[in-house]
Write a protein that binds this ligand. Structure first.
Ligand code: R5P
Length: 265
């Protein structure tokens, strides 16, 4: 742990609150930045101060954008994650810390040190305080099985993963799981890495409600909640959405600044 190192934290526009929290924990100088968007869409960034020591830039883009484009799913698709990863190196970054990146494959595209930190332990701490009734962790898809397993292990409960099918051309989602009768009467923690349009959570919640579960809590690291996602998720029977503050918003109840700070020093 480099206790003697001095840091400057630059808070970029999308993550000012998180950046300030990290600066406080590091005992670092904090510099605000300004973003101006021109009519043609070009952006101009101004850093309002002189950084010294090690420089930490905190920015959600709005989580790690393009991480879902980590491979060629359909022939001809460009692996844009690779370009994004290269841009960090080109910009002079020597280390990247990301929170719950969509896949480990996305992490492999970086040519500089790239560390993924997990918000799961912090989310578990939050859920422990809710005193749920006989809870079970549910991943809306098989891709999230490790995440659900890790959460369930820390919480001290069981987990299941549903079979989600997404048409790669139309984006239409279907749950193709068999009935999950054992969720009956139990509180559910429906866990995903991100909620974007809410489509995955809505389909999973509708399916689980039919299995006569008790309350459904949606948990994720990155809550984008695009458009009317929140409204549709509630309408599908979800009592509460809980996310971290990687993206500012009213569901961001779990602070990830301690785990990011720990990964910096
Ligand atoms: C997909 O594999 C991801 O883990 C999320 O399930 C997905 O990105 C969520 O997107 P949406 O809210 O639009 O269904």
């Amino acid at each position: 742990m480099s206790l003697l190192a001095s840091y400057t934290v630059i808070g970029a526009k999308a993550s000012e609150d998180l950046a300030r929290k990290i600066a406080t924990k590091l005992g670092a100088k904090y510099i605000k930045s300004e973003l101006r968007i021109f009519p043609d869409g070009e952006s101009k960034i101004t850093i309002n101060g002189k950084p010294n020591g090690k420089i930490v830039v905190v920015q959600s883009v709005p989580y790690l954008g393009y991480a879902r484009q980590d491979k060629e799913f359909l022939q001809g698709e460009v692996i844009t994650m690779s370009l994004v990863a290269n841009m960090f190196k080109a910009a002079g970054a020597t280390k990247v810390i990301v929170v719950d990146i969509h896949s480990k494959m996305a992490l492999n595209h970086f040519k500089i040190t790239a560390k993924n930190v997990s918000a799961i332990p912090e989310l578990v701490k939050y859920f422990k305080k809710l005193h749920l009734k006989n809870p079970i962790v549910v991943s809306p898809d098989l891709g999230g099985i490790t995440r659900a397993r890790d959460f369930a292990k820390l919480y001290g409960t069981k987990f299941i993963a549903l079979k989600k099918y997404r048409d790669k051309k139309t984006g239409v989602i279907e749950i193709r799981s068999k009935n999950q009768k054992h969720v009956k009467g139990r509180d559910l923690i429906l866990l995903d890495d991100m909620i974007s349009t809410g489509g995955s959570i809505v389909k999973a919640a509708e399916f689980l409600k039919k299995q006569k579960c008790r309350n459904i809590y949606a948990a994720c690291t990155h809550a984008l909640l695009i458009g009317d996602a929140e409204k549709r998720i509630r309408k599908a029977g979800v009592s509460k959405i809980i996310s971290t503050n990687t993206i500012p918003g009213k569901t961001g109840l779990v602070d990830v600044s301690p785990i990011i700070t720990k990964a910096i020093v």
